[in-house]
Design a protein around this ligand. Sequence first.
Ligand code: 56B
Length: 308
Amino acid sequence: MRMEDVVGTSAWVVSRSSHVKVDSVALEEVIGEMEGSIPKIEWDFEGIHYFDNGPLTVQYLLVLDALNFCFWPDKDLSYDHLALGLKEALQNDKSALDADRLQSYTGPELREMLKWPRPLPLEDERARLMLEVGLELDRSFGGKATNLVKASGNSALSLVALVTKHFPGFRDHSLYKGHQVFFNKRAQIFVADLWNAFKGKGFGGFYDISSITIFADYIVPAVLRQLGILKYSFSLSTSVDSSSEIGSGTEEEVEIRACSIYAVEKARELLKSKYGKQVLSLELDLWLWCRGVKNPSLKHHRTLSIYY
Ligand SMILES: Nc1nc2c(c(CN[C@H]3C=C[C@H](O)[C@@H]3O)cn2[C@@H]2O[C@H](COP(=O)(O)O)[C@@H](O)[C@H]2O)c(=O)[nH]1
């Protein structure tokens, strides 16, 4: 087992899960109905990401994914505001995300950069995480996110390990029945964003990209549940449907995230064994995520967290 094995530790949770179940019959039906062909969604279909095919894009994606969490407490705020806000800040000032600048932003300054009229959810945490990225980039990577990516030697798993090693804010994990479980949502989505933005070449070239799992956020589990693939216990269903908050690190939260990862790995195996289709988990993730964000009335679990 790898040191931080997302697939393995998620499977461990699934085998002991009591609040969430993966319905494998429903999973087969969903894939069967689509005759094994999952629509390919183009990355940045919204046109909200900064892209210049160079180092500044890498810096942008690292900062973006350092802050890519917890939008729901403000009902008008979404990921798009973050991606677009950082993009426009860079277009106006190419040095806006330089390592030294990252160390100086306060919460209200970040809010102003994103042109958001109210305090952002967990705003002080977001400013702290920008500081962490800036400091560690300066200390270990000459201030440049590209040096971090180069140090991974074109391995997606090495890059996830490097990011979680150097930036504590990216260490997305939980304790479940005494065991450490790894999700690494934002570290993995950073790798996927590089892969997608650079089309698998240059800064986005990873020979082991198929080792990346889905990104266990609050949208994908809601879609899997709507498809009937995840089944929640009565009490968990009631909590989610009534928008009650679910505590970070609770069994419920860990099971939701682990079962989502496991279900998509199963879907992928099925697509290969039954339909001869080889797909990446990150492709399945994007398809599921897009379904979710197109349906704003979809109920999702609410956990206050810096991880997703
Ligand atoms: N699993 C998964 N979760 C994702 C993303 C993305 C953005 N991916 C971009 C990359 C390429 C595309 O062009 C996308 O634009 C954000 N999230 C998560 O969703 C939640 C935000 O939801 P809402 O409050 O409605 O904005 C929050 O937890 C956020 O961390 C993804 O791809 N997969």
